[in-house]
Ligand binder design. Sequence first.
Ligand SMILES: C[C@@]1(CC(=O)O)c2cc3[nH]c(cc4nc(cc5[nH]c(cc(n2)[C@H]1CCC(=O)O)[C@@](C)(CC(=O)O)[C@@H]5CCC(=O)O)C(CC(=O)O)=C4CCC(=O)O)c(CCC(=O)O)c3CC(=O)O
Ligand SMILES: NC(=O)C1=CN([C@@H]2O[C@H](COP(=O)(O)OP(=O)(O)OC[C@H]3O[C@@H](n4cnc5c(N)ncnc54)[C@H](O)[C@@H]3O)[C@@H](O)[C@H]2O)C=CC1
Length: 217
Amino acid sequence: MDMYPIDLRLEGRAALVAGGGAVAHRKVAGLLAAGAAVTVVAPELVPPLAALAADGRITWLARLATAEVFASLPRALLVFCATDNRAANAAFGKAAKEAGALVNDATTPGLCDFFLPAALRDGDLLVTVSTGGASPALARTLKKRLAARLGASWGDWLERLAGLREEAKERIEGSAGRETFWRAALSEHILNLVEEDRLDEAEAEIRHALDCFGTES
Ligand SMILES: C[C@@]1(CC(=O)O)c2cc3[nH]c(cc4nc(cc5[nH]c(cc(n2)[C@H]1CCC(=O)O)[C@@](C)(CC(=O)O)[C@@H]5CCC(=O)O)C(CC(=O)O)=C4CCC(=O)O)c(CCC(=O)O)c3CC(=O)O
Ligand SMILES: NC(=O)C1=CN([C@@H]2O[C@H](COP(=O)(O)OP(=O)(O)OC[C@H]3O[C@@H](n4cnc5c(N)ncnc54)[C@H](O)[C@@H]3O)[C@@H](O)[C@H]2O)C=CC1
């Protein structure tokens, strides 16, 4: 069955992470960057997680992660089972699934409701690479390769484009017209200008196209 790709807005949402090692820390760092309210359940924490707990950026429950402990915790939308004990992860994840949460099990891909992709960001631009659990190392490597190929201008360009898009919404009537405009406007030529970091020129050309489109339609 195909995985369903989705970008989640997690600001203020509760997320639960079982385990206090390097893998748990990677999951926690991503969750905090998205503004989630994170609780970690583990008898001990690696130093970076301990620092987050000391700063009050995460809630730490110094217990083993078990189904019983899960039942005592507030409801969470997402639950990460990231201990190094597969049986403990499976039991904690089972309790979480029964409570309606979506579960990520770092030790057993077959028990995951969702996987984390390798993510590359530049401003609002987010490129993710997934391998369906087949090779996380490839996901990571491809992400790095894409980052090197993409160059540094796309986040800035996206910011400009968001403004141009608002203008186009006002000036071009109907979604079919706007679709036609944008498919033509984001031409190979424009993309090449962006790649060469010639953003002023690219923006001027899109503005010109917008003026022309406005008079034609
Ligand atoms: C199923 C999944 C569940 C999940 O955790 O979401 C999962 C499972 C497992 N990972 C394992 C190993 C490694 N994972 C990484 C790295 C990442 N793993 C991530 C996601 C995922 N890992 C999900 C699938 C995503 C997909 O397939 O696309 C990334 C992309 C995202 C993230 O975690 O944030 C992040 C890169 C982040 C970045 O750099 O951007 C590396 C490489 C490294 O660290 O250098 C290694 C060692 C090399 C190797 O094994 O490939 C093992 C075996 C452990 C063991 O052998 O004991 C399991 C369990 C198993 O497969 O049995
Ligand atoms: N999904 C992924 O991205 C990856 C997964 N892994 C797997 O993830 C597992 C964890 O890796 P690391 O964080 O590097 O291990 P680690 O050894 O650094 O940390 C394990 C942590 O789990 C805690 N723990 C153990 N039993 C527990 C329980 N019952 N309840 C709560 N906490 C418990 C320990 O106290 C420790 O904090 C490994 O088994 C590894 O095979 C490894 C690499 C990537």
